[in-house]
Design a protein around this ligand. Structure first.
Ligand code: HEM
Length: 135
């Protein structure tokens, strides 16, 4: 389940990026960024083929499954990381435990992604399910 959560957050990061500005000249991926350069979509690092081969494939067995940038990186890495991982894990476990026949209630192409540069979020997620019989 830990690997499932990490890979799920790598492939669908809720935060695609936040505004950042270099405070001095730095080298990144072989390129020189001048002081004052603006950076935004660092979430694309989760699709870096050098780090995650075949990045569009959901693969919880990746050896580096936890080294995504979904929570940012460095000194400002999300302080909510451990809480968020636990919340997703608990939610997924409860969905599996309580619900059966869990599926999208509309074709995936009809989902409405909000027009936001930074966040990747839906305005709604219609689902259908039945209650799982517990023993
Ligand atoms: C799936 C859930 C979450 C995601 C994807 C997420 C993602 C992020 C990202 C990308 C950053 C910026 C990191 C950077 O600048 O390198 C951040 C910062 C931060 N997050 Fe989260 N976060 C999540 C949940 C939470 C929760 C549950 C809390 C608090 C309970 C939280 C508190 C913070 C705080 C305080 C910062 C600022 C850290 C700083 O600037 O030093 N986050 N988060």
């Amino acid at each position: 389940m830990n690997r499932f959560v990490e890979e799920f957050l790598r492939i669908e990061p809720a935060v695609q990026g936040l505004s950042r500005m270099t405070t001095w000249e730095v080298e990144l991926g072989g390129r020189i960024l001048p002081k004052g350069a603006h950076l935004l979509l660092y979430g694309s690092g989760n699709m870096d083929e050098a780090a995650f081969p075949d990045p569009l494939t959901f693969d919880p067995t990746r050896p580096n499954v936890g080294s995504n940038v979904t929570f940012g990186g460095g000194a400002h890495r999300s302080v909510g990381l451990a809480l968020a991982l636990m919340e997703v894990k608990v939610a997924a476990e409860e969905i599996i435990r309580r619900l059966d026949d869990f599926q999208l209630a509309v074709p995936a192409g009809q989902l409405n992604w909000l027009p936001d540069v930074s966040l990747r979020a839906l305005d709604s997620l219609p689902i259908s399910f039945s209650r799982r019989e517990t023993t």
